[in-house]
Design a protein around this ligand. Structure first.
Ligand SMILES: [Zn+2]
Length: 363
């Protein structure tokens, strides 16, 4: 059986630069966590909807034409359903559709000839407001299309490609892979094939030390592309195309359900000592005593990401954030707060060293 799948191709993206002199565990935490959202973040998604939303495409036969980014309602519905499937795992992130691109972290196009892709995790914030952070280049209303929608959202949540896990043990027939992906329907350059398939992720970039061939982040591969292990050489790889138990465990570990009673209060000028494990998060609710400028500070030999949200209606809106990972300084926020408004501060620890203790305070 010679199956030809259209594959997701991640766009090249700048990766975090680890300063020299940073130890292995600290570097590992930075590489793994820098793509992840702070738990409790409400991510807003928008579907491009104007007739000028699109790209001019030049074809190999020399012609060119405008190709829209606007998707049909049936295509959009598959994406909405896929967000709901992720949410139904019980994760602490929220997904909300918005009709204003300015309010959206996730901006979605359905452009033919451009493949399916998403930027990885918080990396989507680097894209301009009129740019896509995610594209679907083929019909989503098929079983494979539904898998594609789950897969691209997985990237937006910070999940990399599972077949690039350094623990796969897969030995590729590299020229066969270049030939397979260089032909239709993908027509990838060797560079794209290397970036998206053959390149192994750094062991520091993946969590755990095992490979999950059933992951929704794993591509299907027909027989003939893998030299070893024997099983995959003969059968190829055929993940079921749904969120696997390991995917679900992984994403719930990153984005656990939020406590229904809400976070404890943080009082001004009261330092709160924290003893967080790597990847853990502390949340606080804030009711300002006066309308004025405030400073939020973190203390200790730590890498943290610190994010302030404001309660607006029934959701928390991002106000400001700081990420001190890899830097010698500590995360700090300066922000005017209003007495009659309510806020939530979230602090996620990448790693801590020396005492392993940290603290947070605002004043
Ligand atoms: Zn992908």
């Amino acid at each position: 059986m010679d199956q030809k799948f259209s594959y997701c191709a991640l766009p090249p993206q700048s990766e975090p630069v680890i300063p020299p002199g940073i130890g292995h565990d600290r570097a590992r935490a930075i590489l793994q966590f820098s793509a992840k959202w702070v738990n409790g973040t409400a991510l807003h998604y928008y579907f491009f909807d104007r007739k000028e939303d699109g790209s001019q495409v030049r074809f190999t036969n020399g012609t060119s034409r405008f190709v829209t980014w606007v998707g049909a309602e049936a295509q959009r519905q598959v994406v909405r359903d896929a967000f709901q499937v992720w949410k139904d795992l019980g994760i602490g992130l929220e997904f909300r559709e918005v009709s204003d691109r300015n309010q959206a972290e996730i901006r979605i196009g359905f452009m033919d000839f451009d493949g399916s892709w998403s930027y990885l995790g918080r990396g989507i914030l680097q894209a301009g407001v009129n740019e896509r952070t995610m594209n679907f280049g083929w019909d989503l209303t098929t079983p494979y299309g539904r898998t594609t929608a789950l897969h691209e959202i997985g990237h937006t949540l910070g999940m990399p490609h599972e077949h690039q896990n350094p623990f796969t043990g897969i030995q590729w027939d590299e020229e066969a892979v270049y030939a397979h992906l260089g032909g239709p329907p993908n027509n990838w350059t060797r560079q794209q094939t290397f970036h998206n398939v053959l390149r192994k992720l750094n062991t520091q970039e993946v969590s755990g030390s095992t490979w999950d061939p059933n992951s929704v982040m794993e591509y299907s591969f027909p027989p003939g592309l893998i030299l070893a292990p024997e099983k995959y050489r003969n059968e190829g790889i055929s993940p079921p195309g749904t969120i696997s138990p390991v995917d679900a465990e992984y994403i719930r570990q990153w984005y656990p359900p939020l406590a229904p009673e809400g976070p404890p209060p943080l009082k001004p000028f009261e330092s709160v000592p924290l003893d967080l494990a790597s990847g853990q998060q502390a949340d606080f609710s804030i009711a300002p005593e006066a309308t004025r400028d405030y400073t939020f500070g973190t203390f200790g030999s730590t890498d943290v990401v610190l994010v302030l949200f404001e309660q607006v209606g029934d959701e928390l809106r991002y106000v400001t954030g700081d990420d001190d990972s890899g830097a010698p300084r500590n995360a700090t926020l300066k922000q005017k707060l209003f007495q009659d408004r309510r806020y939530v501060l979230r602090m996620r620890l990448y790693s801590a060293w020396q005492s392993g203790k940290s603290a947070v305070m605002y004043w």
